[in-house]
Design a protein around this ligand. Structure first.
Ligand SMILES: Cc1cc2nc3c(=O)[nH]c(=O)nc-3n(C[C@H](O)[C@H](O)[C@H](O)COP(=O)(O)OP(=O)(O)OC[C@H]3O[C@@H](n4cnc5c(N)ncnc54)[C@H](O)[C@@H]3O)c2cc1C
Length: 294
């Protein structure tokens, strides 16, 4: 079977490519036809994840990808070749989530993360533990990869809620793991891996494992593929760090990619915004829509 655009994976990044492609010959394959909304884990005690059924996803498991030939092998459909292949297979978050669930058992704990690329998750989790009434300490760099302004604001917010800095951690939250056969993938400025083959989302080598970023990449590529991807992708880290006590900070920075832009806005509205975003994405089945422009 040959198709024009083949999308592998129907998570935050893959679905946003799909929603934005106007070409008829598009196919999205994933081992599950449910969109898993990981952000919902924060409000569900890390216990249950919101899943939304996607009727346009072909359920199948990807076994092999031949990047040069632009062909894949899947368990049910067999070989499929395509003009464009978009690899959006994410990374396995099961150990990371299991460790966080384990930490919930403790009333007194100091935590850190294995990799700065998931540090925002460790910080969000520290606030979450505090809200549950736990005595939590944090060991880390307070998102220094996003610049001094961001790092100082995060540290000040943690001090305000008495999340003290630790000299070492009892428990390290492990990073997510890439698909075994592929590893993390290096891309160029157009998110291209090889001619006509792109990688987006958590599977990108060396980039933060952030859903907002993954969706943004998906929208960029989906729109780009309609005409040919000629523009550069402008990466930016955007996250609302919610204290759970009524206020939050909205972080935006491109310092990680060599830029100079840093913005930190703190207010109660940001906390409401986070709640709104959570419901919005479930309702929209992962479609980023107007939030792309925020
Ligand atoms: C607890 C937690 C909370 C989070 N909260 C936030 C948040 O508040 N804000 C934020 O921006 N980000 C958040 N994230 C990060 C966010 O979930 C990820 O960055 C996002 O899921 C990455 O999207 P993706 O499309 O790259 O991968 P995924 O969403 O993981 O999608 C990968 C897809 O590929 C499929 N797949 C994998 N292997 C195969 C295969 N061999 N064959 C077929 N299909 C396959 C999977 O089934 C899945 O559909 C959170 C993560 C965690 C763990």
């Amino acid at each position: 079977m040959d198709v024009e655009v083949l999308i592998l994976g129907s998570g935050y990044s893959g679905v946003n490519v799909y929603y934005n492609i106007r070409k008829k010959g598009k196919l999205i394959i994933s081992d599950s036809n449910e969109f898993k909304f990981y952000t919902s884990l924060w409000r569900n005690n890390l216990d249950t994840i919101d899943k939304i059924y996607l009727d346009f996803v072909k359920t199948d498991s990807i076994k092999d990808i031949d990047i040069k030939a632009r062909c894949i092998k899947s368990a049910k459909l067999g070989e499929i070749c395509a003009e464009n292949i978009i690899i959006a297979l994410g990374c396995d978050k099961s150990k990371l989530i299991a460790t966080m669930r384990d930490i919930l058992k403790y009333n007194n704990v100091s935590i850190t993360v294995e990799d700065p690329l998931i540090e925002y998750l460790g910080l969000q989790f520290a606030f979450y533990l505090k809200r549950l009434g736990k005595d939590v300490k944090y060991y880390g760099n307070y998102l220094s990869m996003l610049g001094d302004k961001v790092s100082q604001s995060v540290q000040a917010l943690m001090e305000k809620y008495n999340i003290r800095s630790a000299e070492r951690a009892d428990i390290v939250i492990p990073s997510c793991e890439p698909p075994q056969s592929l590893g993390f993938l290096k891309v160029n400025e157009r998110l291209e891996l090889a001619k006509g083959v792109y990688a987006i989302g958590d599977i990108i080598y060396g980039w933060p494992k952030l859903g907002e970023l993954a969706m943004r990449e998906g929208v960029f590529l989906g729109k780009g593929i309609n005409k040919g991807v000629t523009k550069k992708f402008n990466p930016i880290f955007i996250y609302i760090l919610d204290t759970g006590f009524g206020d939050a900070i909205h972080i935006r920075s491109d310092v990680f990619w060599g830029g100079t832009f840093q913005s930190v806005k703190r207010s109660r509205i940001r906390s409401f915004m986070k709640r709104f975003i959570e419901h919005y994405y479930v309702f929209r089945k992962g479609n980023m829509g107007f939030l792309y422009y925020l």
